[in-house]
Design a protein around this ligand. Structure first.
Ligand SMILES: Cc1ncc(COP(=O)(O)O)c(C=O)c1O
Length: 409
């Protein structure tokens, strides 16, 4: 277990604060984040990139404004995929020249918003999008910086939902479309092609997995540099957060990328999980235990609060915050939602009693940001542990919030 996470007298502590105290103040379900872990991971990227690149935190992983502000204050940039995310990062004071906009389905409004704010790069994902931004930029007299997000046509050994760089995937411009893109940009009086981007998916465990996509992109970069003043290679995100791969995966991968990338290219990285997954915990209280061959432990968090297990079959460690003992009888830990997929662990061996508080680990990324109001449940609160203090950074939702946005005629 990490040094910032320890059991003392049968009580689990995070950065010097006990989960029990946090639970007593904020209740459950509740997301808890370690500021220290977020900053450490960010620093790893920044130290590795030195002055050769920019880290653009992938906002979809966690879009709490307090966390975005924390990241922005470290001079990092952002990778956004919607007008809402762009608005949020501008709201917390992000510099437009550190924001990139990815996504296969940007609307006219989103493209205009990005151009008005003169962001670092709008990453174009199709010929249709390129034609559209060409027209919108002429009409609005904008001169946007754009990059082409290449689909490098490589596959990644990960969950199919987490793979984004294979030929049949919806993401990016296929290699045989690049020539057509070049024609459109050459004939445009407004578009400024500044770089190339790719993102092959989540769960990358070594530099070697990135090599095929990097090689393809380097080739295209070389070809297109004959016509355009390219400056950026954006390698996307996707590095695994698993500590079992070694503490220095970020350093290893980035240093190799820097060695192999063209010297004149600025390297943009779009990490989400590897910054914030392990910084987050979901606290949940055991409601009921149903005695079976395999006991069914019903907790008060559900798939609407954290859907990664139901969606991807993701594995998340779960610990009892007041008892680190194991039992030989397996139990299944489930939420209260009316879906059989509302499961957090099919095979848990932790010791639990009704009323105990559990912590679900590594949920800082795609945890709260994927939460919903399914079953008309209130979204949980979020708490940041910072300098030995627990700060409420999002209130638990109220019944009024569930009702007020709807109209009865
Ligand atoms: C374009 C793009 N960049 C970056 C990321 C972040 O990936 P990860 O959280 O695995 O680092 C994603 C994730 O879906 C993405 O689609």
């Amino acid at each position: 277990m990490d040094q910032n996470l320890i059991y003392k007298n049968n009580s689990l502590f995070l950065d010097g604060l006990s989960f029990k105290e946090i639970y007593e103040e904020f209740g459950s379900p509740c997301y808890i984040y370690s500021e220290k872990t977020i900053l450490n991971n960010l620093r790893r990227y920044q130290d590795s990139l030195k002055d050769r690149g920019l880290i653009c935190f992938s906002v979809k992983a966690n879009s709490n404004t307090n966390i975005l502000k924390l990241i922005s204050d470290q001079s990092a940039g952002f990778d956004v995929v919607s007008g809402g995310e762009l608005a949020k990062v501008l709201y917390v004071g992000a510099q437009p020249n550190k924001i990139i906009f990815s996504g296969v389905g940007k609307s006219n409004e989103e493209l205009v918003m990005a151009m008005q704010n003169e962001i670092k790069s709008i990453n174009i994902e199709s010929i249709s999008e390129l034609n559209r931004i060409n027209l919108l930029s002429k009409n609005g007299k904008f001169k946007p910086n754009i990059s082409l997000r290449i689909n490098p046509e490589v596959s990644l050994d990960t969950h199919p939902y987490l793979e984004t760089g294979s030929k049949e995937n919806k993401f990016g411009i296929s290699l045989d479309e690049v020539e057509e893109c070049v024609k459109i940009i050459k004939n445009s009086s407004t578009l400024n092609l500044v770089g190339l981007a790719f993102h092959i998916g989540s769960g990358i465990e070594s530099f070697e997995q990135l090599v095929p996509a990097l090689d393809v992109t380097k080739e295209v970069y070389k070809d297109l540099s004959k016509f355009f003043d390219l400056k950026i290679i954006d390698i996307g995100g996707g590095l695994s957060h698993k500590k079992s791969l070694g503490e220095d995966l970020i350093e290893l991968v980035i240093s190799q990328v820097l060695k192999q990338a063209p010297n004149n290219a600025e390297i943009v990285v779009e990490p989400g999980k590897s910054i914030i997954a392990e910084a987050g915990f979901l606290l949940t209280r055991v409601q009921y235990i149903k005695k079976r061959n395999k006991n069914i432990v019903v907790v008060d968090a559900a798939m609407n609060d954290m859907m990664r297990v139901a969606l991807y079959g993701a594995k998340h460690e779960i610990k009892n915050i007041s008892n680190n003992e194991k039992t030989s009888n397996a139990s299944i830990i489930v939420g209260p939602i009316c879906e059989s997929s509302d499961v957090f662990d099919e095979d848990s061996f932790i010791k639990v009693n009704e009323g105990d508080i559990l912590a679900i680990f590594d949920v800082g990324a795609y945890g709260f940001s994927m939460s919903s109001n399914y079953n008309s449940r209130l979204k949980p609160s979020e708490v940041l542990v910072s300098d030995g203090q627990a700060k409420l950074i999002r209130n638990r939702e109220s019944i009024e919030m569930l009702i007020n946005n709807e109209n009865i005629f």
